[in-house]
Design a protein around this ligand. Structure first.
Ligand SMILES: [Zn+2]
Length: 225
């Protein structure tokens, strides 16, 4: 089986989780997030995991060198060497991207294609600000999908429906601004290297998956049969 390596980028609300599941089903890479890798290294008590745990216990960010070391250890494992990797939430910065490129070259891995799901901020704000919760049972609803809004009663328990402060339009726009500031240089770098697949992330999950498949096929990357 050919090793297919992918990096999935996209703002909150762009539907990365759904597309990641589809990519795993169709192209069979090993799906890993930085959080998963860190937790596994800590649990297994690897040397890097033990060092990372000291930062996590102190409530501090784990430094890049440690994160990259842990990512490289994970990339070297047999499952990824055979099937390839789908990286989610990493890299986030240019230094991380450079270190990742060097680690993959060291391991003689095929350079990754970078799938960037682009969705207009206005659509993301609309999607994310439609979230409502129940004070009674904690159920999560969406204004558009479930037709449940503040002032209604929870369909399952009759409790009060409310909107979290984090889900208001202003807070979401600020989160998106932070995301764009952080990742635009990274996206520009990957585009400059010719490794970026810019995908229109609007529409249904199936429509987006169709665009991803077309872009991958244009690179000679086909689905597993
Ligand atoms: Zn409820």
């Amino acid at each position: 089986m050919a090793q297919t390596n992918m990096i999935l980028l996209g703002p909150p609300g762009a539907g990365k989780g759904t597309q990641a599941e589809q990519l795993v089903a169709d192209y069979a890479p090993v799906h890993v997030s930085t959080g998963d890798m860190l937790r596994a290294a800590v649990k297994d008590g690897t040397e890097l995991g033990v060092r990372a745990k000291q930062f996590m216990d102190a409530g501090e960010l784990v430094p890049d060198e440690l994160v990259i070391g842990i990512v490289k250890e994970r990339l070297a494992a047999a499952d990824i060497q055979e099937r390839g990797v789908l990286l989610d939430g990493f890299p986030r910065t240019i230094p991380q991207a450079e270190a990742l490129g060097a680690a993959m070259a060291d391991l003689s891995m095929v350079p990754p294609v970078v799938i960037n799901l682009a969705v207009d901020d206005a659509i993301l704000v609309r999607r994310l600000s439609g979230r409502r919760m129940c004070r009674g049972c904690g159920a999560i609803y969406n204004v558009d999908r479930d037709n449940v809004d503040v002032g209604d009663k929870c369909p399952s328990c009759g409790g009060e429906i409310y909107q979290r402060d984090d889900d208001c339009a202003e807070a979401i726009q600020e989160r998106l601004n932070v995301y764009h500031r952080q990742t635009s240089p990274l996206i520009a770098t990957y585009a400059g290297q010719g490794n970026l697949l810019a995908i229109d992330g609007s529409g249904t999950p199936a429509e987006v998956a169709g665009r991803v498949d077309e872009a991958l096929a244009a690179r000679g990357i086909g689905k597993c049969s």
